[in-house]
Design a protein around this ligand. Structure first.
Ligand SMILES: Nc1ncnc2c1ncn2[C@@H]1O[C@H](COP(=O)(O)OP(=O)(O)OP(=O)(O)O)[C@@H](O)[C@H]1O
Ligand SMILES: [Mg+2]
Length: 532
């Protein structure tokens, strides 16, 4: 049974269930179902000694087979889903691989159980119900981000076909792309040419199921009007991760409808049906060989003998939680096959699988996360060491710096500082801004100097800084700078006035109009007024 070996690993035998197909025959004396919890579930056959159909029973009349649970004729599709498929779907959502396969003779209800019946909506089987369950969970679970893909593989007459090929509208089987199996160095199989289609929601997934089913190989046989003549593996690939995390969980769910075992003479087969039956029986024989080898823990397991066992390698004794549904018919004519199905199931129940939590770091997401971390560490390091960063300043950063410089210049507090951290690029940028301001001031100064020179005709030059006070439009809100400039300017003017008076007195000539000499000071005063 189930047991956690090490963290993330579940060792578990393959779970076996049985489902009895409804029949109109009186069968109450032929078999009985017991689902007693204490004693364990079982189905028991009572085989009369005089049973026809060539079956002679010399020794035993009662055959009892144990199962995890036996579903009798009245069991509905929902009950089957809830008991068998839902727990598997839950584990697939948790990151484990899962397989559910139906095994039984032809016409015993495998396709009805796995895919469902077409007559009523309530007849839908495990695949559509599981898809609905998975997508409901995916929509509701806000803690995880999932992506889902689907493939549908058919193995017919020992050739693999891709049932989801969209190129062909009404196609024959031989037109479908064939899929080949490759083994890598670790003996994992790769299915070449099998399309794996993304399906974002339940509707898309169901469309893929219907597309595949229209391509499936079916035929009318004596026992089943729509006998599926191939093994089909419908696979859901789930990839889930928490938002922002680089750890992803990838799991696969195989839902397998095997072709039915059939007795060639009983079916009166010929031609193509006979060829199909032979291939079906051979592949089921190889499946049995694999099951026997696994149940007896043999050193060599002959997976490679058939395509079906190669594809299902992980499901049988590997990294997977596997469940088998034995479909049985209790019509008297089918008892022998039903018992052989049950016997096969008993062997299957001995197989131990070791399912591993398929969790790994996604390299692409991991690189993105490491890049982010790297950048933040670089920033931190640059803060500590003052090392320059490599990237250019962004437009946004430049604009913020301009505002910062303007606020700094506007600040009347002589202790005001420009908080730039250790980022040399920002420091350089601020110096460049200040330089632009100063050179602008100088230009203004030159213009004013020229004008003043013309007006007083002295040709005397002002110091560059004092000239800035005459340029009120240049940095109108820069009180601090202008305050300094004005004081200096007034000082200069005072000195110049004194020099000029002295000069006039010496020369004894007419005193020049005072408004001319006061002009720079008047400008300074005007400037101060504007500031106020
Ligand atoms: N539990 C059930 N309830 C009602 N009808 C069922 C049930 N099981 C099977 N049937 C009906 O029996 C017929 C044969 O079933 P199905 O096609 O599923 O058999 P099968 O095992 O897939 O056979 P094959 O191996 O030939 O493909 C179908 O018409 C199906 O609808
Ligand atoms: Mg079928």
């Amino acid at each position: 049974m189930a047991g956690m070996a090490e963290k993330g690993t579940v060792k578990e035998t393959i779970q076996i269930f049985a489902r009895v197909k409804p029949t109109r025959e009186e069968t109450s004396k032929v078999y009985s179902v017991n689902n007693d919890e204490a004693a364990g579930a079982s189905v028991e056959f009572v085989v009369p000694k005089d049973l026809g159909d060539g079956y002679v029973n010399n020794k035993l009349e009662n055959y009892k087979f144990r199962f995890r649970r036996v579903f009798d004729q009245t069991a509905g599709q929902e009950e089957i889903f809830e008991t068998i498929a839902q727990p598997v779907a839950d584990r697939v959502l948790a990151g484990y691989n899962g397989t559910i396969f139906a095994y039984g003779q032809t016409n015993s209800g495998k396709t009805f159980t796995i895919t469902g019946g077409a007559r009523r909506y309530g007849d839908r089987g495990i695949i559509p119900r599981t898809l609905s369950y998975l997508y409901q969970h995916i929509i509701q679970d806000s803690t995880m981000v999932y992506t889902t893909h689907i493939s549908y593989l058919e193995i017919y007459n020992n050739v693999c076909y891709d049932l989801l090929d969209r190129q062909l509208e009404a196609c024959r089987l031989e037109d479908l792309p064939t899929v080949t199996i490759m083994h890598d160095s670790e003996q994992n199989i790769q299915l070449r040419n099998l399309s794996i289609q993304q399906s974002a929601n339940e509707e898309e997934a169901l469309n893929l199921l219907f597309l595949g089913d229209t391509h499936r190989m079916t035929a009318e046989t004596l026992l089943n009007k729509a006998s599926t003549r191939s093994h089909c593996i419908f696979t859901v690939y789930l990839c889930g991760r928490q938002p922002g995390s680089a750890t992803v969980r990838r799991s696969k769910l195989h839902l397998v409808d095997l072709a039915g075992s059939e007795r060639v003479n009983k079916m009166a087969l010929g031609g193509q049906l006979l060829t199909e039956a032979k291939y079906i029986n051979v592949s089921l024989h190889y499946l049995e060989q694999v099951i026997i080898s696994l149940s007896e823990s043999r050193a060599h397991i002959p997976y490679r003998n058939s395509l079906m066992t190669s594809v299902l390698r992980d499901s049988l004794g590997g990294n997977c939680m596997t469940t088998m549904i034995s479909t049985i018919s209790v019509d008297k004519a089918n008892l022998k096959e039903s018992m052989s199905t049950c016997r096969f199931a008993q062997r299957v129940a001995l197989i131990k699988n070791e399912a591993v939590l398929n969790e790994e770091e996604d390299p692409v997401l991991l690189i993105a996360r490491l890049k982010r971390e790297n950048q933040s560490l670089r920033d931190e390091l640059a803060m500590v060491t003052g090392e320059p960063r490599q990237e250019q300043l962004t437009q946004d950063e430049i604009q913020k710096l301009e505002v910062q410089v303007k606020d700094f210049l506007d600040d009347t507090d002589p202790e005001a500082t420009l908080a730039l951290g250790t980022d040399l690029q920002k420091i350089h940028r601020c110096f460049a801004l200040l330089k632009t301001i100063v050179s602008g001031l100088r230009q203004q100064l030159n213009i004013i100097q020229e004008k003043l020179g013309c007006a007083n005709g002295t040709g005397n030059e002002l110091t560059p800084l004092s000239a800035a006070a005459t340029a009120p439009d240049f940095i109108p809100s820069n009180r601090a700078v202008r305050g300094i400039l004005i004081s200096e300017k007034e000082e200069t003017e005072k000195t110049r006035d004194q020099d000029t008076t002295a000069q006039l007195n010496v020369n004894g000539g007419p005193v020049r109009a005072p408004n001319v000499r006061r002009c720079p000071v008047a400008l300074g005063l005007k400037l101060r007024k504007m500031e106020d």
